[in-house]
Design a protein around this ligand. Structure first.
Ligand code: NAD
Length: 267
């Protein structure tokens, strides 16, 4: 029995990058896929390859997200897992240079989309009495590690995850998020140049000295969607090669062992 056998899963932003890797992983684990994206050709081709279905979906439009969820219900009668993943880097620049429109557009892609996904997934999952809602945040959702609007938006994704998890727990619905560090994709090629340039940065900057691959994020989503995490909700899993939690240089710990007692005397 595969881990996600028969689990009806909607993935937004499924045409490339983390979304496409997640679609492949879920298909390999037996999930039934309903994919959505604004890039129709690539999304439809992937759905055909994986035996799922594709619907054009602009996640900034509530009606599109609702239609994606309704598509899963129409074809399969239920929704087991909703993955709010579509995104873009959004507004760049110094805080005083960011236009109100660029700010609002970034929030629409990165925050409104997740709200719509949670809202419409909850609409169909609550009567089922079960379901899993997952979203792609970022290490920029945990600390200041990106453009202003992106960082604010990814923090908001974590806030929504915790808040909606608290509400839906009584209905048997789990709500969690993944916070990836930098992973090669169309989005990050724009920021870093290409995967080779990103690998250099990752190997120098990440405490584990490794670059993170899209398949690792896909693996985390599969774990969170599976029954192995039956009691895990309101959580954020950072897949960041130690970037956020292991910032102190290892040499700090390599000094001569000693201790300070209750009075501050060194022993
Ligand atoms: N790559 C990274 O390093 C990284 C790190 C942390 C978080 N993320 C997040 O992962 C998610 C996926 O990004 P990625 O790195 O795979 O980039 P990507 O550009 O490869 O994929 C993004 C996907 O979202 C789709 N998309 C963009 N705007 C959309 C819209 N309005 N409606 C529907 N689909 C839309 C794109 O067509 C594309 O298929 C994003 O939320 C991003 O913020 C990425």
């Amino acid at each position: 029995m595969k881990r996600l056998e028969g689990k009806v899963t909607v993935i937004t932003g499924a045409s490339s990058g983390l979304g496409a890797a997640t679609a492949r992983r879920f298909a390999a684990e037996g999930a039934v896929l309903v994919l959505g994206d604004i890039r129709e050709d690539a999304g439809a081709a992937l759905a055909e390859e994986l035996g799922g279905c594709f619907l054009p979906c602009d996640v900034t439009r509530e009606a599109d997200v609702a239609a994606l969820v309704d598509g899963a219900i129409k074809d399969h009668g239920r929704l087991d897992c909703m993955i709010n993943n579509a995104g873009q880097l959004g507004a760049l620049g110094r805080v005083e240079d960011i236009s109100a429109k660029a700010w609002r557009d970034t929030m629409a892609i990165l925050v409104d989309s997740v709200f719509y996904g949670m809202k419409h997934a909850a609409r169909v999952m609550r009567p089922q009495g079960e379901g899993v809602i997952l979203s792609t945040s970022s290490v920029a959702g945990l600390v200041a590690l990106g453009p202003h609007a992106y960082t604010a938006a990814k923090h908001a994704v974590i806030g929504l995850t915790r808040s909606v998890a608290a509400e839906l727990a009584a209905d048997g619905i789990r709500v969690n998020a993944v916070a990836p560090g930098s992973v090669p994709s169309n989005m990050t090629d724009f920021a870093y140049g290409d995967a080779a340039a990103m690998r250099k940065v990752a190997e120098a900057r990440n405490p584990l000295r490794r670059m993170i691959g899209p398949e690792e994020i896909a693996g985390a989503f599969a774990y969170l969607a599976s029954d192995e995490t039956f009691n895990l909700t309101g959580q954020v899993i950072a897949l960041d090669a130690g970037l956020v939690e292991c910032r102190l240089d290892a040499s700090y710990y390599a000094r001569e062992p000693s201790y300070f007692d209750a009075y501050g005397n060194r022993g």
